[in-house]
Each structure stands twice: as structure tokens, then as C-alpha cells.
Design a binder for this molecule. Structure first.
Ligand code: FES
Length: 318
């Protein structure tokens, strides 16, 4: 991916809009219009403690006077969201990239199903605004949160009446909403899902019989994060026989690039499908949301997936 270029935006408004969720409205310091974006786009923000985080734009794409992001304060995280939520106030500037979209509204479906879990509502707010403002397929949103207090944009969504179903599980998995009746029959629809990894995996599992082009996910990097159990392994390139070491904490994609191999990528979170690579042999641990069950023996998404535990070598044909 091209190197990120950050330019400062001024915080026109900073407000807490739900439990542990803070909204920031960002404008150009000179009042100029901002670059256009489409629903589903995100930008990267350099936080006050120097970390880079990506946040979906939740504002109306027709409004280029300001961008809005909503940030969940993750007390157990690396500190980027805490620094944003606890220290950034109106009048401050935040270095931000231009918007980029890996989750855009695509195709011409009969209708669109939006499924949001918690802070995953943010890109979907902009997608709904885009459809409402510029026209588009009919839509319905299922928005799953812990409680009314944890539900951002409740008032805005109330205006859409029965097009929005909000379900609170009280933090109890036994109270989780059953999405199967929603997803059992594709009916020419597209589904767009953003939320915790478990929710997206459940939606992936329930849409295995949908056309792959009709199912869309947005992930903010949870699949790409190193895990404690990750171990080093080797990748052998089928044609050249070249062997690459992939240490824990390094993705196959990074290892291939470090060895001088140009591999196309986009999301680098296992959701877009750009980096799909033939898997010739070896057992992979698939961490993406792209591959269908029947594809997993023959392909891998090297931006997130690794060799399975006990498998020391994958043979790939990039
Ligand atoms: Fe998007 Fe790998 S770059 S799935």
C-alpha cells in the first residue's frame, strides 16, 4: 500500500455520545471543503500518543465541510483510543489521512442488509446517509449492542422507524440476536457487516450459501493483530523453491514483501480478497472473512492467515 500522508484537521466538536464512545467532528483548519468520500470510507488518525488508528467516517458523504468519526474508548488497548477520548478537545488538531474506502456500496442488489455490532455502526451510518441522500436500494439495519447506554446514534436511527432493529444482549451471549432468519435466504440482497470478530464470523458462517460478491465485511485490524500463540514457520515458493522465514508477529504478506515480492493488497485485514494466493500444500489457519469453506484447501489470504499449529511449512504460489 502507498505510504500514508497525514495532514492536520481541526476538531470542531468533541462529545461523548454513548458509554465509552466519543464523537469528533473534524474540519479543515482554513475552512476549505474536505476531499469527497463515500459511505464505508475510513481515515487514519495519529493519536496524541503517536499511534495510528483507522476510524470509519460516520457523517453524511454529501457534507464535505466536516468529517465525523466515533471512537470507542478501549481501556485495555494500546492507548490510542484512550488518548483520543481523554485528551482531545475542541480546537485541537489531529493529523489525519484522506479517506479511503474498502467497504463501499457495490452492485445493484434488490435490497441491502446492514448488520452492525457496537462501534461497527460507524461506517453503516455513512452508508445509510449515502443511500438516503443519493438514492439506492431499499435497506434494513440490525444493530446489536449491549444496552441502550452503549448505543450510539440512537436518536438519529429512530427517524428510520421499522427500517432499524436494535437489539440489546445485556452482555449475555445467551441473549444474542438470532440472525439466521434474516440471512437464511439471500433473495438477491447484499449484506454489509461491521462489528466484533465473533459477530462477523457468525455472519460469514450463516452466509456460506450466498454469492461471495453479495457479502461484505469491514474489520479494523483485529484479524491482523499478532496472537500470543503465534509461532514462526516457513513459506516455500512453489516455482522458485525460495524459502522465507515468517517469525511470530510478522505476516506472510510482510515476509513476501521483505523478500522483494510484489503482492497486491488493500484492506490488510482479511476482508477484501485482494491478496488471495494459491496454497499448494501445508495446513493453514485461515483468519480471513473472504474464503468460502471449499476454497480453504487451495487458497490463503497472506495479510492475516498463517500456518496452522504444528505445520512448519506452507507452499505458496504467489
Ligand atoms: Fe484484503 Fe488481504 S489485502 S484480504
Amino acid at each position: 500500500m502507498a505510504e500514508d500522508i497525514f495532514t492536520p484537521l481541526r476538531v470542531a466538536r468533541a462529545a461523548r455520545i454513548a458509554t465509552d464512545i466519543h464523537r469528533f467532528d473534524l474540519v479543515s483548519p482554513d475552512g476549505a471543503a474536505l476531499p469527497e468520500f463515500t459511505g464505508g470510507a475510513h481515515l487514519k488518525v495519529r493519536t496524541p500518543n503517536g499511534l495510528v488508528r483507522r476510524y470509519s467516517l460516520c457523517s453524511d458523504p454529501l457534507d464535505t465541510g466536516a468529517y465525523s468519526i466515533a471512537v470507542k474508548r478501549e481501556a485495555g488497548g494500546a492507548g490510542g483510543s484512550v488518548a483520543l477520548c481523554d485528551t482531545v478537545k475542541e480546537g485541537d488538531t489531529l493529523p489525519c489521512t484522506e479517506p479511503r474506502n474498502d467497504f463501499a456500496l457495490k452492485g445493484s442488489p434488490v435490497s441491502r442488509v446492514f448488520i452492525a455490532g457496537g462501534i461497527g455502526i460507524t461506517p453503516i451510518m455513512a452508508m445509510i446517509a449515502e443511500i438516503e441522500g443519493m438514492g439506492g436500494a431499499p435497506w434494513k439495519l440490525w444493530y446489536l449492542t449491549q444496552s441502550p447506554g452503549h448505543t450510539a446514534f440512537r436518536e438519529e436511527l429512530r427517524a428510520f422507524g421499522s427500517k432499524v432493529v436494535i437489539h440489546h444482549d445485556g452482555g449475555d451471549p445467551d441473549q444474542a440476536f438470532d440472525l439466521w432468519p434474516v440471512l437464511e435466504q439471500p433473495k438477491g440482497r447484499h449484506v454489509h457487516c461491521c462489528g466484533p470478530r465473533g459477530l462477523m464470523q457468525a455472519v460469514r458462517d450463516m452466509t456460506g450459501h450466498w454469492p461471495g460478491s453479495a457479502v461484505h465485511f469491514e474489520d479494523f485490524g483485529s484479524a491482523a493483530k499478532p496472537r500470543a500463540e503465534d509461532a514462526a514457520f516457513r513459506v516455500r515458493l512453489a516455482r522458485s523453491g525460495e524459502i522465507l522465514e515468517v517469525p511470530a508477529g510478522t505476516t506472510i504478506l510482510d515476509a513476501l514483501r521483505a523478500a522483494g515480492h510484489a503482492i497486491a493488497s488493500s484492506c490488510e485485514t482479511g476482508t477484501c480478497g485482494t491478496c488471495r494466493t494459491p496454497l499448494v500444500s501445508g495446513v493453514a489457519e485461515h483468519r480471513d472473512l473472504v474464503l468460502m469453506e471449499h476454497e480453504k484447501a487451495g487458497f490463503i489470504m497472506p495479510c492475516v492467515s498463517r500456518a496452522a499449529a504444528g505445520c512448519g511449512e506452507l507452499v505458496l504460489d504467489p
